[in-house]
Structure formats: structure tokens, C-alpha cells
Design a protein around this ligand. Structure first.
Ligand SMILES: [Zn+2]
Length: 165
């Protein structure tokens, strides 16, 4: 009987791949804004029952802190993942100009028919920041949004769910 011996050795093709450090840079900004929670399809008493003091349509304010994480390889020349001058300009245009000292319900069109919850806000910031960072080949990898010292949300973008559209 002849037994064929299998050759389990593999050769690795030489490539020009090199390891490079990937660093996450976190920038924190603060903006002050007013909001309220009120669903027009509910009655005044239903809104008060559901949202309590937050249903007062005169609004109330928060000092929000937004932490933006941008990840990627370092530029070998500058040692930077992101030029903070570029990031500052983007944050000024996408967050500060639209939200600082504004009433979110009244001043930001996206929130005309959405409650300005932390969850809705962080998803909105992700869309806006991702749109601004992608053309610069920068990867937004996380957002953290604080409403105060005791409450915040984390967001890492969307996931695909099978069977849902
Ligand atoms: Zn509030």
C-alpha cells in the first residue's frame, strides 16, 4: 500500500506591508443649548405625564460636552492622526455654529419633528461629522455626549440588522 504524504508547509509571499501605529485622538468641546420634550400628537397633560418638567415648551438649558474620537495612522511627517486646526474648523461649522446658545427644537431644522434627546443628538452629530471628516480621509470612531456629570451616551455608528429596512 502506498501512502501519499501531504505537504503541509506553506510559503509566504513577500509583500511591501509594514506595521504602522494607529492612534485615537479624542477632542472634547462644550456647547450650551436649550431644549424641551413635547410630542404634538399628545395632549398637554399626556406630554407632562410622560416628560415631566422637560415638557415645558419654554425650554431649559444644558451645558453639553461632546467627545469626538478620530482614529487612524499617524502622518509620518507630522506625527498627527488629525490636524487639530482642521478638526476645530469642522467642529465650529457642524456643532458650535448650529447649537451653541441655540434652542435646539426651534433653531435646528432636523429637530423640528424629533425630540432632542441625547440619543437623537449623538446620531445627528455622527452624520454631520462623518460627512465632514470622510473627504479628509479621517475616520470617526466614537462619540460621547454628556448632558451633565451624571448622564451621557456613547455611539459608534450604525450596524446592519438583517430583515429590517
Ligand atoms: Zn434637558
Amino acid at each position: 500500500m502506498t501512502v501519499a504524504l501531504q505537504d503541509n508547509t506553506h510559503t509566504t509571499a513577500k509583500t511591501n506591508v509594514a506595521l504602522t501605529p494607529v492612534v485615537s485622538v479624542v477632542k472634547k468641546i462644550r456647547f450650551s443649548a436649550a431644549h424641551y420634550y413635547y410630542l404634538p400628537q399628545l395632549s398637554e397633560s399626556e406630554n407632562k405625564a410622560r416628560f415631566g418638567l422637560c415638557a415645558n415648551t419654554h425650554g431649559h438649558g444644558h451645558n453639553y460636552d461632546l467627545c469626538i474620537t478620530v482614529s487612524g495612522p499617524m502622518d509620518p511627517q507630522t506625527g498627527m492622526v488629525v490636524n487639530l486646526k482642521d478638526l476645530k474648523h469642522i467642529l465650529e461649522e457642524t456643532v458650535m455654529r448650529q447649537f451653541h446658545f441655540k434652542n435646539i427644537n426651534l433653531d435646528v431644522p432636523y429637530f423640528k419633528d424629533k425630540l432632542p434627546t441625547l440619543e437623537h443628538l449623538v446620531v445627528y452629530f455622527w452624520q454631520e461629522l462623518n460627512n465632514a471628516l470622510t473627504p479628509l480621509s479621517l475616520q470617526l470612531s466614537a462619540l460621547r455626549l454628556y448632558e451633565d456629570d451624571t448622564l451621557f451616551v456613547d455611539y459608534w455608528g450604525e450596524i446592519m440588522i438583517e430583515g429590517q429596512q
